[in-house]
Design a protein around this ligand. Structure first.
Ligand code: ZN
Length: 86
C-alpha cells in the first residue's frame, strides 16, 4: 500500500516514519529506518500519529477509512446512551 505516517514518539532506532503494511482491527506498521514491524490498535495509532507523510499526498481513502472508521458505525453525535427518560 505504501502509505507512510509520522509518529510523535521516536522508535528506539531513531526513526519516526512508518509504512502502513496492514489494515484491519489493528494496523500493521513497518519502521522505515530499521525495517522492524509492529502492530498498533487503531486508537493508539491515531493518538500517536503526528502527520501523514505519504510522499506529500493524503493517505489513501482505504487507509483513512480504516484509521478513522468513517463507515464503521460511529455513534450519532450528542446522544449519550443511558440518558434517556421514561
Ligand atoms: Zn525503527
Amino acid at each position: 500500500m505504501g502509505d507512510v505516517v509520522r509518529l510523535r514518539k521516536k522508535h528506539p532506532c531513531g526513526g519516526f516514519d512508518w509504512e502502513i503494511v496492514r489494515l484491519g482491527g489493528d494496523i500493521g506498521l513497518r519502521c522505515l529506518t530499521c525495517d522492524r514491524r509492529v502492530i498498533l490498535e487503531r486508537p493508539v495509532l491515531r493518538r500517536r500519529m503526528k502527520q501523514f507523510v505519504s510522499r506529500g499526498e493524503a493517505l489513501s481513502s482505504e487507509v483513512e477509512r480504516a484509521l478513522y472508521g468513517l463507515d464503521d458505525g460511529a455513534p450519532p453525535e450528542g446522544e449519550a446512551p443511558g440518558s434517556g427518560e421514561t
